[in-house]
Ligand binder design. Structure first.
Ligand SMILES: [Zn+2]
Length: 227
C-alpha cells in the first residue's frame, strides 16, 4: 500500500509538507519569542504558580522536565511539567506555554467534556492505530471486505481522537491568553507575542488531524476500488 503511487501523491506528500511546515512554524515562532523578555519578568514556573493560586487551584505541582517543547499537564500525577526553556525563562514564549498548560489544569478541575472524551479515547486510539490498518490490509489481501471495513471503523477512532484534541487545545490557549492579560502577567503588545506562539502550536494539531483524515479517506478508497 505504501508503495502505491496514489498514496504517495495524495497522502504522503501533502501531509508531509503540511506537518513539516506546521512544525517549523512552531519552532520558529517559539524561538523568536524566547528572545523577547516580558516586562513583569515572571518565569514560566512563576506564571503557572500565579495562575493556579489566583484561580484557587490547589494540589498541582509545577515541575521542570527535560527536552524542548515537552511541556504538558499530567492529570493523573496532578503535575504541570515545563521544559527547560520554559520553566526558568522570563520570555513571552515561556509565559504563553506555562499559561496554556494551566489552561489544561482548569479544564481538568472543571471537568471540561472534550478533555474527558479525549482521555476516554486514548486506549481505543492505541488499538485503532495499529489494528485498523492491519485489518484493512488483511481484509484486502484475503478479499474479505467486511474485515477491511471493520479496520476502517477502528482507524476512524484515530481521526476522532485528533478531532476531539482540537477543541481541548484551542480552549486551553484561549484560557491562557485571557489569564496572562487579566492577571497582568503580560502587558500590552506582549499579549500578541503569546498569541502568535499558541496559534503556531495549534497548527500542529490541525496538521495531525488532517493527516488522519487523509489516511482514512485513502483506506476507504482502497476498499471501494475492490468492488
Ligand atoms: Zn495543550
Amino acid at each position: 500500500m505504501f508503495f502505491d503511487p496514489l498514496y504517495i501523491l495524495l497522502v504522503a506528500i501533502p501531509t508531509g509538507i503540511l506537518t513539516f511546515w506546521a512544525q517549523s512554524r512552531v519552532k520558529g515562532t517559539y524561538r523568536k519569542y524566547s528572545q523577547v523578555q516580558s516586562t513583569m519578568g515572571m518565569t514560566g514556573a512563576q506564571v503557572a504558580q500565579t495562575i493556579l493560586a489566583k484561580k484557587g487551584v490547589q494540589g498541582i505541582k509545577v515541575e521542570p522536565i527535560a527536552g524542548e517543547l515537552t511541556d504538558h499537564y499530567d492529570p493523573r500525577a496532578k503535575a504541570v511539567r515545563l521544559s527547560q526553556g520554559i520553566y526558568g525563562s522570563t520570555s513571552l514564549s515561556a509565559a504563553a506555554v506555562a499559561a496554556h498548560e494551566c489552561g489544561h489544569v482548569l479544564q481538568d478541575v472543571e471537568g471540561y467534556k472534550f478533555m474527558n472524551l479525549r482521555a476516554a479515547l486514548v486506549p481505543v486510539v492505541n488499538l485503532g492505530s495499529s489494528l485498523g490498518p492491519m485489518l484493512i490490509m488483511a481484509g484486502l489481501f484475503f478479499n474479505i471486505l467486511n474485515l477491511a471495513w471493520l479496520g476502517v471503523i477502528f482507524f476512524a477512532s484515530v481521526l476522532l481522537f485528533h478531532v476531539v484534541t482540537l477543541p481541548v487545545e484551542f480552549d486551553a490557549s484561549r484560557r491562557a491568553l485571557r489569564l496572562v492579560d487579566e492577571l497582568g502577567i503580560l502587558q500590552g503588545a506582549e499579549n500578541k507575542g503569546a498569541r502568535a506562539v499558541l496559534s503556531a502550536a495549534a497548527l500542529t494539531y490541525v496538521a495531525t488531524a488532517f493527516t488522519a483524515l487523509l489516511n482514512l479517506l485513502y483506506y476507504i478508497s482502497l476498499i471501494n476500488r475492490r468492488r
